[in-house]
Design a protein around this ligand. Structure first.
Ligand SMILES: [Zn+2]
Length: 444
């Protein structure tokens, strides 16, 4: 029986190339919700719930391959449960959580702990395993066993693997299991004590700067190391124009390199740190937001296909931590709830890419990166899981604290006016988020 019928939406599924006005029918069973039919004017007989999607985009559920859910160890900032609430509020049906928890996700038992916690949560949660024990860069983890336990990628995110010898071993092991390594590119001896981008604003405040080259030398090194290994290598949160160019050249050579961009690197410059002459820790993030030329280069990298994935790097911190002086405040900002509107502002509104491209960056591409395509995620297909996001491409709303479903609200984007919003989020056939009650009504 059809449990849910989504009518008259613009169905965009980049995996199949579909972009047409159609209905999508979903059936639910003990095994979960599945898409059973896609087409014009499907029957409403026996349907228990109808969603009128006229004027809306019906997309595969959005996937964020880079979030920090803080559990175990820092549950005052976020938990797997609260982070998944933030995800569905932002239109995300699946997220991959980074291993910089306390303790780090560096063994099969902790990979299984995340899955266990995620069973009761809103969206799907997939763990990324650490490449080195405790993310200390000294001893390699049991990569094959963690992969078997369900780690969908590997990373020491929050830190780089600084030793070239260790990086080489990790790339080799990750290649052997066919997984992906995601690098946080930061040469540590170039960024000691750094607070923000090294430029005019850091000089104005007398703050230690984080230079672009600290990111670029790691990407160059890893690509060189990986030439004889052939691991799938993914650059997290690209921040500099030079980094975009390095990735562009490697991809042109056919190397297995991909990269992601985050909302803040697509929209903000280091001037965001200067709040009426006082440094604003809400805009302190790693890697730092840089200059206009970098923002333009990251956007151009998305437009020309160098950057194929968007990721929020959702990094919750408590209000008191972010209220500290900028030197001691932690790096990071939350991203899940506002991300879609911010991506559209950076990429669709200036005409850099169209809707099918934006949706590919948020669905089929991250699904392939983390092997979630094996579970049918990242696409709308008959018989596939009913993970769907309904997007209003033309609605005015403001990202305010009331819109935040997670535990923390550390973002410099609060108060921003946005024109695009995820209005309904459906995970495994269940409507878990709906902005307008009128959208999700009984037939009649
Ligand atoms: Zn990172």
């Amino acid at each position: 029986m059809t449990a849910l019928l989504i009518r008259n939406g613009r169905v965009i599924d980049p995996a199949s190339g579909r972009d047409e006005t159609a209905d999508v029918a979903v059936a639910t069973s003990a095994a979960g919700g599945k898409v059973i039919e896609i087409g014009p004017s499907l029957s409403t007989t026996g349907v228990s719930r109808i969603i009128d999607a006229k004027g809306l985009i019906v997309a595969p559920g959005l996937i964020d391959p880079h979030v920090h859910l803080r559990e175990p160890g820092q549950e005052d900032k976020e938990t797997i449960a609260s982070g998944s609430q933030a995800a569905v509020a932002g239109g995300f049906t699946a997220v991959c959580c980074m291993p910089n928890t306390t303790p780090a996700l560096d063994c099969p038992e902790l990979v299984r702990f995340v899955y266990d916690r995620a069973r009761q949560t809103a969206c799907r949660v997939y763990p990324i395993g650490a490449g080195t024990v405790g993310r200390k860069g000294e001893a390699i983890t049991e990569i094959a066993l963690m992969h078997e336990a369900g780690a969908v990628g590997f990373s020491d995110d929050g830190d780089v693997i600084a030793s070239a010898g260790m990086m080489s071993r990790v790339l080799t092991e990750v290649a052997q299991v066919g997984s992906v390594f995601m690098q946080h590119c930061q040469e540590p001896t170039l960024t000691r004590g750094a607070v923000m981008h090294a430029g005019r604003v850091s000089t104005r405040f007398g703050l230690t700067g984080w230079p672009r080259v600290a990111e670029e030398v790691i990407i160059e090194r890893d690509i060189r190391l990986n030439k004889g290994i052939g691991c799938r290598y993914h650059v997290q949160h690209l921040s500099s124009a030079g980094s975009v160019e390095i990735v562009r050249c490697a991809r042109a050579e056919g190397q297995p390199v991909s990269a992601e961009a985050s909302p803040h690197h697509l929209l903000l410059t280091d001037e965001a740190i200067d709040q009426d002459g006082v440094p604003n820790a809400l805009a302190k993030v790693n890697p730092p937001i840089r200059e206009r030329s970098d923002v333009d280069a990251v956007r151009a990298g998305v437009a020309d296909g160098t950057i194929t994935i968007l990721a929020t790097d959702h990094a919750p911190h408590t209000a008191s931590e972010k209220a500290r002086p900028i030197e001691s405040a932690p790096f990071g900002l939350i991203g899940l709830e506002g991300a879609l509107g911010l991506y559209a502002k950076a990429l669709i509104e200036p005409g850099l890419i169209d809707w099918p491209r934006l949706i590919a960056l948020l669905t089929v591409n991250p699904a392939a990166l983390c092997g979630l395509d094996k579970h049918g995620l990242g696409r709308i297909a008959i018989g596939g899981p009913a993970d769907l996001t309904l997007i209003d491409p033309d609605c005015a709303w403001t990202l305010d604290e009331a819109a935040l479903a997670g535990k923390s609200c550390n973002t410099p984007f609060l108060g921003w006016s946005l024109g695009v919003r995820a209005v309904v989020t459906i995970v495994n056939g269940r409507v878990l988020h709906a902005v307008d009650a009128q959208l999700a009504s009984a037939p009649g």
